[in-house]
Design a binder for this molecule. Structure first.
Ligand SMILES: [Fe+2]
Length: 494
C-alpha cells in the first residue's frame, strides 16, 4: 500500500539544531535537554494553558519515562536505565493540573542513602563484579509505562514487579506481586480486552526453560495467572497484542546468554545476541483455552511495539512496527549521549497470520521511521481505520534526531498525515481520547507530552483528532522539563 504524505508546519529537522559544546563537530541534539535529571518533584499544581482546552476533556493523562539519567554522576549507558518519573495531568472544565514524581524504588532509596550507584540495569553493568553477581535482583527502574487497574495506579517495567503509586499525589507505595500472582516479571504492555472485561499481560521468566507467564487482571476480582508457556529460546519480548479472543506474541530470535550474566560479565542487554537463523516464533493463545495455543516460526524480524489486532476471515490481522533486526537497540542505547549511532528502521506494517497454515504475509502501511503506535481505545481488538504514532521527519532524522512528528495514518486508504508541533518541539506517544457522543473514530483529542527545546520545558499538546494538521488546540505547560517518555494512558473522569 502506498503512503502519500501530507505534512504540516515547518520541517522539524531545521528546528532541531544543536546545543552542547561550542565548535563540536557532532554536537548534542536539542532534545537532550529533556534528559537532564528532574529538577523538581511536585503534586498537582495548576498548569499554564495556551489556547483553549476542550470543555469536555475530563480525565487524567499519565506518562512514564526514564529520569535521573546522571546516575550519581556516573551516567547510565542506556536510555532504558534511568529511574522512572511519573507525570499526571488532570483536565477538567477547560483547565489542567499537573504533577510529577520520581518512583522511589527500594533500590533508588538504597543508592540515595549510599550516595552512589549500587545497581546496574538493562544496558548498564552494575558498578562492581560483586554487585553484578550478588545483587541480581537489581533495581526496579519502574520507568516504562503506567496502568490504572481497579483504582490502583501502577508504574510498569518489564524486568520486575509493578510498583504501586498513590493516584492523589503520585507518591510511591512500593512493589506488588498483585496478591502473590506475579511470579517474576510483569511487562510494561498490558492490553485491555473489552469482551473479557479484563487486562491481559505477560512476563518472561528465565531458567532451565524460558517461560512466558500470562496474567489476567479482571475489572473486578483477583488477578490470576492464565498460563505459563515454554518459549523456543531465552528471548526478550517487549510487547504483545490482543484480538477479542486471542493473545498474539511475536518472540524475536534474540537469545540471552544467561551463563555470562550469572557470572557477572556485562549487563542484560550486552548478553543478548541476534540469531536470525532461528526465526521469529509466533504464539497464538486462545483466551478461552490457553492450553490450545499454537506456535510456528516465521522469517526473522524484531518489534518493540504493536498497534492493534483483529480477526478477519479466519486470519489474524496484526499492525506492528517492524524492524529488520535488533540494531535499533544500539540507537536507543546512545540516546543519552545526544549523538545517536545507527538508524531507526521501524515502519508500520500489517501482518496477516494464518495459524492453521503457519504462514504470515506483511504489507507496509506507513513507510517512514515511527514508533509508539496507538489506536482509539474503542477500536482495540477490532478493525480500526486510524493509527497514531510518533515519527521521524526524514531518514536523516531517523539517524540523528528524536521522534519529531506526530503521524496519523489511515490504514484503509494508505494516507499518512504528519504534524510538527513547532520548531524544536518533540512529541511523544500520542494518546487518543474520544469525545463523549462521538460517532467517527477520529472525533476526539490526541494528547502528546512534548518537550520544547527553546524554553527547556514540557507541555501536553492537545490536537483535534479530525484536524491535527491545524496544530494544537491548546498546550498545558509545566514550568520544568519532564523526561522523554515511552508510554502512558488516559483515565476518564479522574
Ligand atoms: Fe514499550
Amino acid at each position: 500500500m502506498s503512503t502519500p504524505l501530507q505534512q504540516h508546519a515547518s520541517p522539524a529537522s531545521a528546528a532541531t539544531t544543536a546545543e552542547g559544546a561550542p565548535g563540536s563537530a557532532s554536537p548534542k541534539r536539542a532534545w537532550t535537554g529533556a534528559l537532564r535529571d528532574l529538577p523538581r518533584e511536585h503534586g498537582f499544581e495548576p498548569l499554564r494553558i495556551e489556547g483553549k482546552l476542550p470543555e469536555w476533556l475530563h480525565g487524567t493523562l499519565y506518562r512514564n519515562g526514564p529520569s535521573l539519567m546522571s546516575n550519581f554522576g556516573h551516567g547510565y549507558r542506556h536510555w532504558f536505565d534511568g529511574d522512572g518519573a511519573i507525570s499526571a495531568v488532570r483536565f477538567q472544565g477547560g483547565a489542567a493540573w499537573g504533577a510529577v514524581k520520581v518512583v522511589q524504588s527500594a533500590g533508588l532509596t538504597e543508592e540515595r542513602r549510599a550516595g552512589r550507584p549500587l545497581f546496574g540495569g538493562y544496558g548498564t553493568p552494575a558498578p562492581s563484579w560483586l554487585s553484578r553477581v550478588f545483587a541480581r535482583g537489581g533495581k526496579n527502574a519502574a520507568n516504562t509505562s503506567v496502568m490504572m487497574w481497579q483504582g490502583r495506579l501502577l508504574a510498569l517495567w518489564e524486568g520486575g514487579h509493578p510498583t504501586g503509586l498513590k493516584p492523589e499525589d503520585l507518591s510511591t507505595i512500593g512493589e506488588t506481586d498483585l496478591g502473590g500472582v506475579v511470579i517474576k516479571n510483569f511487562s510494561a504492555h498490558p492490553h485491555y480486552v473489552r469482551k473479557h472485561k479484563a487486562f491481559f499481560n505477560f512476563g518472561v521468566r528465565y531458567g532451565k526453560d524460558c517461560l512466558l507467564d500470562i496474567y489476567r487482571l479482571p475489572n473486578s476480582g483477583a488477578a490470576s495467572r492464565l498460563a505459563s508457556i515454554k518459549l523456543a529460546g531465552a528471548t526478550m519480548i517487549h510487547d504483545f497484542i490482543t484480538t477479542e479472543d486471542h493473545l498474539i506474541f511475536f518472540a524475536p530470535p534474540l537469545r540471552l546468554n544467561s551463563l555470562r550474566l550469572l557470572a557477572g560479565i556485562g549487563c542484560y542487554s550486552e548478553n543478548l545476541r541476534w540469531r536470525p537463523e532461528e526465526g521469529t516464533q509466533v504464539l497464538v493463545v486462545p483466551i478461552a483455552n490457553p492450553e490450545q495455543h499454537k506456535s510456528f516460526v516465521i522469517e526473522p524480524f524484531y518489534q518493540w511495539h504493536f498497534c492493534n489486532a483483529f480477526e478477519e476471515g479466519g486470519e489474524l490481522v496484526v499492525d506492528v512496527v517492524r524492524y529488520p533486526d535488533f540494531s535499533s537497540n544500539h540507537w536507543l542505547k546512545t540516546v543519552p549521549s545526544g549523538q545517536t549511532e545507527g538508524v531507526m528502521q521501524g515502519t508500520l506494517q500489517r501482518a496477516r497470520l494464518n495459524p492453521a497454515a503457519g504462514k504470515v504475509s506483511f504489507t507496509p502501511l506507513f513507510e517512514r521511521s515511527c514508533e509508539f503506535p496507538r489506536v482509539a481505545p474503542q477500536k482495540t481488538g477490532i478493525p480500526h481505520r486510524f493509527a497514531w504514532m510518533a515519527a521521524h521527519a526524514s531518514e536523516a532524522d531517523a539517524r540523528h534526531e528524536m521522534f519529531n512528528q506526530v503521524a496519523k495514518v489511515d490504514v484503509n486508504s494508505g494516507h499518512g498525515e504528519t504534524i510538527v508541533l513547532g520548531p524544536g518541539q518533540y512529541p511523544s506517544e500520542p494518546i487518543f481520547v474520544q469525545r463523549p457522543g462521538a460517532v467517527d473514530e477520529d472525533d476526539g483529542c490526541v494528547l502528546s507530552l512534548a518537550y520544547d527545546a527553546a524554553s527547556r520545558t514540557s507541555h501536553i499538546a492537545v490536537l483535534d483528532g479530525r484536524r491535527p494538521g491545524e496544530g494544537p488546540l491548546a498546550r498545558a505547560w509545566f514550568d520544568l522539563h519532564l523526561p522523554l517518555t515511552f508510554h502512558g494512558g488516559w483515565a476518564n473522569g479522574e
